[in-house]
Design a protein around this ligand. Sequence first.
Ligand SMILES: [Ca+2]
Length: 451
Amino acid sequence: MRIANTLSPGNLFLFLLLLQIPCLAEEPVPKPNVILILADDLALGDLSFLNEGLTRTPHIDRLKSESIWFSQAYSASAVCAPARAALLTGRYPHRTGVVTLNQITYPNMTSLKKDEVTLGNIFQQNGYKTGLIGKWHCGLNPEHHPYQRGFDEFEGFINHKDVPSYFRYRLRMNDRIELFEDKYLTTDLGERAIQFVRRHREEPFFLHLAHYAPHRPIEAPEDRVTPYLKKGFSEEIATVYAMVEIMDETIGQLMAELDRLNLSGNTLVIFASDNGPDPVVESRFNLELRGTKYTIHEGGIRVPLMIRWTDHFDPGTRQQVVHFTDITPTLMELCHLKRTCELPLDGASFAPLLRGDTTKTNRPLYWQWNRGVPRYTHNAAIREGDWKLVRPFVTRNLPKQDSDQPPLLFHLKSDPHEQDNLANQHPGRVTRMQNLLETWALAVEESRQRP
Ligand SMILES: [Ca+2]
């Protein structure tokens, strides 16, 4: 019997109206949890899926196999503080006021401007519980404290002097500072991340787990170092690899906790590193990329980036170029976040790439770093499509004047290791890209100079 035959015209109207009701009801806005895990000075080559097993990172490897992996992901800087400022604001570091490192020597050039809004602010204003566990590197003074920058909870350190050792460190928690001498920092931060998730399992949360590993001081428990020594690595590299392995372990434990709490399907997990390997530490494998931390060559700014959202994104690899400034707009789109701030974003949402879009864009991206006041002729770069123009690195100390070294031009698709300078063969392209770089420098410098 067909249903319509049993209904009078009046009842049929009511029946049809009832059918409409689910459409009339407002769809709830999804609020997935977000965990943003950042390693510090971790090289791409530190991950075992990229180094043929030199290291052991089974949990990050597994996360990668469940994630969308970006094979051409860039930090916004070759050093910690500016990279983090861009990651948290979606804007070039220079605009945010955070242009260099060493918060004690350069407080005015490492503090996030007060009119900037962070991912913490954005999530907080959209009803999320927000937490930062680990390193804060965007200002030392109380007005720059994570509590003032959008984080409801903070368990970590704002000054490298708080961590003279991974075995002896001070953490700030709810405005009290506690000294720890019986733990290992990385393991401790991992446990705090798990506690944060347990505390907030019933409400939407944004957790930024900013690990310190494998940043200096290079220290790990002896029993974790020994297996790498036995493989023939030097003491320092063996220790770095042990530090990475312990961080990997904390990520495995955090992912297991998400599973245990049945939160994995509703939690976006992002893993990245802030910049390349530190040249002050003994040189180690990094996919033969040129340069290290401090330089805007690929070895300084290319970083791992993977994003997992179980049940929403099919795991896979994306070749498109993405940048730290894209993370904020991407999370805004995925989590339906409103941002109440008039300062424009520099990045663009790559949510379409996560959903399978294969479009490539040729938008230009820019980098620059030197110690102290930025000099845009020194250690600066622009990437446009497969081309990269580099204003060479001059000094790790304070540069005294603008650099007159001629720019280098690389075609990254055919020369990912930046060995073959093609500037003489493409003078027109060099001029055009150099002009773009100078225009960007003027724009971000004007932005940086605002009160
Ligand atoms: Ca770093």
